[in-house]
Design a binder for this molecule. Structure first.
Ligand SMILES: Nc1ncnc2c1ncn2[C@@H]1O[C@H](COP(=O)(O)OP(=O)(O)OP(=O)(O)O)[C@@H](O)[C@H]1O
Ligand SMILES: Nc1ccn([C@@H]2O[C@H](COP(=O)(O)O)[C@@H](O)[C@H]2O)c(=O)n1
Length: 671
């Protein structure tokens, strides 16, 4: 997951491959609540692991519900059988509407029936998201609910006991958020000694979400009778009983970004989206129909969608999005690539989501150069002509969907626009529902190699290149190439095979077929973890010896280039800026005095439990410097256009800031 201030996406030119969607947020949080309230144990597979489910799980634990993760990644919840073992709790629910609304209903009803005092609160934006209609409905039933802040908004205190009045139908508005009705449907079975009737006032929005609720209640043994979309009856004697084992389907709203990606950029072969298919429960899967209307070619499989570009440019559409409010945001960005305007209506609920999404969407689309009109419940987006596309730093308003759908704007070269980087501010906000969104995207997209930025950090041994590279890459969300590891691995493998480090032909042949891979900060040769073995001083000297052989350098050239992947690379070594990435936009030559470097290496070895000798280290290091600087092939010299950084008296943090400052000078993003 990227926890960085901003992410610069290079201009993207295509997409291909297969991805697996994270579990549906809506289904995950409904299932967690039902499993916690039900009788019996429930094992949930493919549950979403993200901020919104984490706050729900924390709240359930605070309410006395036990759950644990299994070795296969599934989650087991011990149902409480409708009785909370704790009578007081204070739960923080972040910005998760799918946790706040149903928990408010559950705790209000249980406190009324059994007594208790519970508090629900969230982040400041959650305290601006209305809940009055649900609270009014629960108060009408007799629940005692106290507004702890602004009336009609969280935080709330739910108290009991209180006398519940279930003889009359419960009335709830359906035109602000369908989550209010869902909250009542999920929790009224807890008190259904008699038939309990819910009547919806106003036009019910987001009906597909109610269908999810009804389908999941059915799995837990509660068969709600529905008359049109106005009246729902929970039969007397209804009880929530665990079905035992359940699987969460992939998140259909999250699928929208990849359906759009396929429609825009999968020109050679379809992009395959696993986790939802023709029998999907979630209404947002109908986003695929909207994308098809704009031109996408979609093949519906049982548990997957295969999407490729069809009509190009896309076709502008006019669509009432009341049934797909979340996924509809993606259409607004696709609209930039169409040949006529796109008008989205029925999106009043966008105003009260993670942010005012109509305003946010209009503001950010305009930054890209688009003409956008907005109304109380609609948005019209005009296509962008190739020459009108502008690069921008996109604000995401702590809204995961803003970050995800605007990432698609990095595909602007496909519309004929000049390739430019696109900045996404606070990309970590995707953690709400899709923590690995960007990593998933990076695995699927293609960019021209020359468009993928590379920062080179070259310098002598123990100058701190590796440390600086890791930190800078972490701050930018970029990949890392520690090229010294490739020479070290070659030396190690040659020694293991009994090949002399001076045998150029055989060492080069070994280097060409190195089965190296990097994962979780470790380095593997075949299946063997060689991370620690690589760091031995003797292997460092061996690396220096094999690195002096031109055939070995040539053998490792392609492998090093292959590290240049979206979104960018920070590469450390001796010749990154001079030989491997000579056109890199930023090259840094890092130095420190030999004494300082020997001292750092000494401390580094001692801290790892190795014995070390200062004089010996200084001698080896100077010998290595000499060998690296004087060899004929790619000697250690600063590139002509490199920035020189002597960090003898500079801390690691200060060195990182200096490099980031140089890097920032190379970027141009209007705020
Ligand atoms: N600016 C600095 N001040 C003090 N110590 C530093 C500084 N930069 C790095 N170090 C420390 O120096 C040691 C060597 O750093 P590092 O391994 O990053 O060097 P390197 O140049 O990558 O070495 P090599 O080329 O041998 O792989 C580490 O323990 C690191 O924490
Ligand atoms: N681009 C590079 C990187 C490394 N080398 C040689 O490998 C030795 C080990 O490198 P470390 O960065 O891991 O210390 C180094 O002494 C160089 O001889 C290289 O030539 N080119």
């Amino acid at each position: 997951m990227l926890k960085i201030a901003h992410l610069d996406l290079p201009p993207l030119q295509g997409a291909a491959g297969t991805l697996r969607l994270p579990g549906s947020k809506s289904i995950s949080n409904r299932l967690l609540l039902l499993a916690a309230l039900a009788e019996g144990e429930t094992r949930i597979e493919h549950l979403l692991e993200a901020d919104d489910t984490a706050v729900m799980l924390d709240a359930l634990r605070a309410l006395g519900c036990a759950w644990h993760r299994n070795a296969d990644g599934s989650l087991t919840v011990q149902g409480l059988g409708g009785h909370l073992p704790v009578s007081q709790a204070d739960c923080f629910l972040g910005n998760a509407g799918t946790a706040m609304r149903p928990l408010a209903a559950a705790l209000a009803l249980l406190a009324a029936r059994d007594g208790g005092h519970y508090v629900l609160r969230g982040v400041p934006r959650m305290h601006e998201r209305p809940i009055r209609d649900l609270v009014d409905a629960l108060r009408e039933l007799g629940c005692r609910i106290e507004d702890l802040g602004q009336p009609g908004y969280p935080p709330l205190a739910l108290r009991g006991p209180a006398s519940l009045q279930l003889n009359q139908p419960v009335r709830v508005r359906g035109d602000v958020s369908s989550q209010f009705l869902t909250a009542l449907l999920l929790t009224l079975p807890l008190v259904a000694q008699q038939d309990v009737v819910i009547e919806v006032e106003g036009e019910l929005i987001s009906k597909p979400y109610i269908e999810i609720t009804l389908a999941l209640l059915d799995r837990f043994g509660v068969r709600v009778q529905r008359e049109a979309w106005r009246r729902f009856t929970i039969p007397a004697g209804s009880r929530l009983r665990s079905p035992g084992r359940l699987q969460v389907e992939g998140d259909a709203s999250a699928a929208s970004y990849f359906i759009a990606l396929g429609a825009l950029a999968a020109t050679e072969a379809p992009l395959v989206i696993e986790g939802i298919g023709r029998n999907a429960l979630q209404g947002d899967v109908r986003f695929a129909d909207a994308a098809a209307a704009m031109g996408a070619q979609i093949e519906w499989r049982d548990h997957a969608l295969a999407v490729r570009r069809g009509r190009w440019p896309l076709r502008g559409i006019e669509l009432d999005c009341v049934a797909i409010p979340d996924a509809a945001m993606t259409l607004a960005v696709m609209a930039l690539f169409a040949d006529s305007p796109t008008r989205l209506t029925g999106i009043a609920s966008w105003r009260v989501k993670e942010t005012d999404r109509i305003a946010a969407m209009a503001t950010e689309l305009r930054k890209l150069g688009a003409t956008v009109q907005e109304g109380a419940d609609w948005l019209e987006v005009h296509p962008l002509r190739a020459e009108d596309w502008r690069t921008a730093a996109i604000h995401t308003y702590d809204d995961h969907r803003m970050a995800m759908c605007f990432s698609l704007a990095a595909l602007h070269p496909l519309a004929g626009a000049t390739p430019q980087a696109l900045r996404i501010l606070d990309p970590g906000c995707v953690a709400k529902t899709f923590p690995d969104y960007f990593e998933t995207l990076f695995d699927l997209v293609q960019a021209r190699s020359e468009d993928i930025p590379v920062l080179c950090i070259d310098g002598p041994t123990a100058s701190g290149k590796g440390t600086l590279t890791e930190r800078v890459a972490e701050r930018l969300g970029y990949h890392v190439l520690e090229s010294g590891a490739l020479y070290r691995a070659t030396a190690l493998a040659a020694r293991a095979a009994g090949i002399a480090w001076t045998d150029e032909a055989r060492v080069a042949s070994m280097a060409r077929s190195l089965a190296l891979h990097f994962s979780g900060g470790r380095c593997y040769l075949e299946d063997e973890d060689i991370t620690d073995a690589l760091r031995a001083e003797e292997i460092g000297l061996g690396a220096s010896a094999v690195a002096a052989l031109p055939a070995v350098r040539a053998a490792l050239h392609e492998l090093q280039l292959s590290f240049r992947r979206v979104p960018g690379l920070v590469a450390d070594g001796r010749d990154m800026g001079t030989a491997i990435f000579p056109a890199a936009p930023l090259k840094v030559f890092l130095t420190a005095s030999a004494e300082k470097r020997a001292e750092r290496r000494y401390k580094q070895l001692i801290s790892k439990g190795f014995s070390a000798n200062m004089e010996g280290l200084l001698r080896d290091l100077e010998a290595r410097d000499l060998q690296d600087k004087t060899r004929s092939s790619s000697p250690l010299v600063p590139a002509q256009d490199a920035f020189l950084l002597d960090n003898s008296d500079l801390s690691i943090d200060a060195s990182v800031e200096q490099v980031l400052q140089w890097w920032a000078q190379k970027q141009a993003f209007p705020a």
